[in-house]
Write a protein that binds this ligand. Structure first.
Ligand SMILES: NC(=O)c1ccc[n+]([C@@H]2O[C@H](COP(=O)([O-])OP(=O)(O)OC[C@H]3O[C@@H](n4cnc5c(N)ncnc54)[C@H](O)[C@@H]3O)[C@@H](O)[C@H]2O)c1
Length: 460
């Protein structure tokens, strides 16, 4: 499926019609291509008085080849690929005025598909109620900028734990923070995060390993992708292989031909297995142990819908959806972890859905399973952190695949437009986001649920 309206709007005739009728105007999004610079223009970097993050952020951006500017050296004609602001120094609501002072003069100076990133401290870690209040206020600013700036600009809030900085490198912070924050900043600034906006991302204390080459951030990693024969799973296999991973692509036997084509295309291997089969976890563990001796990254992507309103839903529809989307993930995690096949530095990434956050009519089974995936991340993250393994979820919004092609036309069209970017996402957008969470460099990102939804209004 393609978003024909979004393509039409890019044409000369489309532009005229959209302007005349005041119709939604989805911008063309900047997506990642090998060799692209991180940003289409310089980054303006600012900080509230007393901030602890501007220095490591400056180091990360400079190392990434980004031209840095500060507010004192800009002219009225200057345009920026990103506005980046360290708000960690804000400890009282009266100091929030510094945000206005930084963003107001530059609000109309952001290039198309630009980026706004605000960095702060998780409110629950703040030592005083006033600081926690002021830090919580940052969310409102970021989410509004995501809705206001337009032209494909995205906005995110990155919470950097204080405990993490101190544990990593002592009171001076910067070396440990520079390592733990680099992957997240690079992802958010790049075209990889095209369809991610309005998110709060927490960067904590886990071990992060900086890659030798940021164009191959998964070099040599053994990655399992379930549901890899088509849709988001096929895009995942392609993106993760491009980033250097050795991909094990899994799908049901009935999808064997499509699965083989995906695996051949990327030089990966194919495993035909129904995840709900009673012996699936042991067969999968045996396969990974004998072929690779381990699995560094497990991506639980396979999922199904069997929609009906609850009163009309037979028990089979309920059982199948819960089993594929949630229980099979738990069983596979248990066996792989018990057998020690996911080493320290390993990653588990599960695919949830905004239906699991907002709920959806006709999808009680699906939303239950996808909310359960969020519960799985919340409950596993603290214990797995002790083993050096991160666990996160992505929650896609409206992504163009066969799953969404089944939605009735009017609902489908509404689903495509009801977000800040006025368009649907592509499978590659979910794949790039999962890729970032899977990188060895992202060890400090755990327990997060990142929406890939263009800042959808659902569940916002
Ligand atoms: N497309 C969207 O807009 C969207 C939105 C939110 C979440 N998601 C989630 O993203 C994931 C991928 O969705 P998609 O749109 O690519 O769907 P899709 O239907 O195109 O692909 C799903 C794949 O999973 C495989 N699969 C299903 N049951 C399996 C089983 N028992 N064992 C092994 N493989 C099995 C299928 O054969 C298929 O290849 C799903 O978890 C879905 O719930 C999708």
């Amino acid at each position: 499926m393609t978003d024909r309206y979004a393509s039409f709007v890019q044409s000369a005739a489309g532009r005229t019609v959209v302007k005349r009728l005041g119709l939604p105007d989805p911008p063309r999004l900047r997506r990642h291509h090998l060799g692209d610079p991180l940003l289409p223009g310089p980054a303006l970097l600012g900080a509230a008085t007393g901030g602890r993050l501007a220095e490591p952020v400056g180091t990360i951006l400079t190392a990434a080849g980004v031209e840095l500017r500060d507010a004192g050296s800009t002219g009225p004609q200057d345009r920026f690929g990103a506005l980046v602001y360290d708000a960690s120094g804000i400890t009282d609501s009266t100091q929030l005025r510094q945000l206005y002072d930084f963003f107001h003069p530059h609000a109309r100076a952001v290039l198309p598909s630009g980026r706004v990133i605000v960095l702060g401290t998780p409110p629950q870690e703040c030592p005083t109620p006033r600081e926690a209040t002021a830090q919580r206020a940052l969310e409102g600013l970021v989410r509004s900028i995501g809705k206001e700036f337009g032209r494909g600009t995205t906005a995110q809030l990155v919470h950097v734990t204080r405990a993490g900085s101190i544990a990593a490198d002592g009171p001076a912070h910067s070396a440990g923070t520079t390592t733990s924050l680099a992957s997240t900043l690079r992802f958010l600034l790049s075209g990889r995060s095209a369809y991610v906006s309005g998110q709060v991302i927490r960067v904590g204390a886990g071990e992060a390993t900086v890659p030798a080459d940021w164009e191959r951030p998964l070099d040599g990693q053994v990655v399992l992708v379930t549901g890899a024969a088509r849709g988001i799973g096929a895009a995942l296999a392609t993106v993760l292989a491009r980033d250097g991973a050795r991909v094990v692509a899994l799908d049901i036997p009935a999808a064997g031909d499509a699965l083989a084509a995906v695996a051949n295309d990327i030089g990966g291997t194919a495993v035909q297995l129904d995840l709900t089969a009673p012996d699936a976890p042991t067969r999968l563990a045996d396969h990974l142990a004998s072929r690779h001796g381990r699995v560094d990254v497990v991506v639980h992507n396979a999922g199904i819908t069997r929609d009906k309103t609850l009163g009309r839903m037979d028990a089979d529809r309920w059982d199948q959806v819960l089993d594929v989307n949630l229980s099979s993930q738990e069983r596979i995690n248990d066996v792989l972890l018990e057998r020690g096949l996911i080493p320290s530095g390993g990653r588990i990434v599960s695919v949830s859905s905004i239906a699991g956050i907002a709920g959806n009519r006709g999808q009680t089974n699906y939303a239950t399973s996808k909310a359960g995936v969020i519960g799985l991340v919340d409950s596993l993250a603290p214990t797995l952190r002790e083993r050096g393994i991160s666990v996160n979820a992505v929650a896609p919004g409206f992504i163009e695949t066969r799953l969404t092609a089944r939605i009735p036309l009017v609902v489908r069209e509404a689903g495509r437009r009801m977000n800040s970017l006025a368009q649907s996402g592509l499978p590659v957008d979910v794949a790039e986001t999962i890729g970032w969470l899977a990188w060895p460099a992202s060890g400090a990102v755990s327990g997060n649920v990142v929406r890939v939804c263009g800042q959808s209004l659902l569940g916002a």
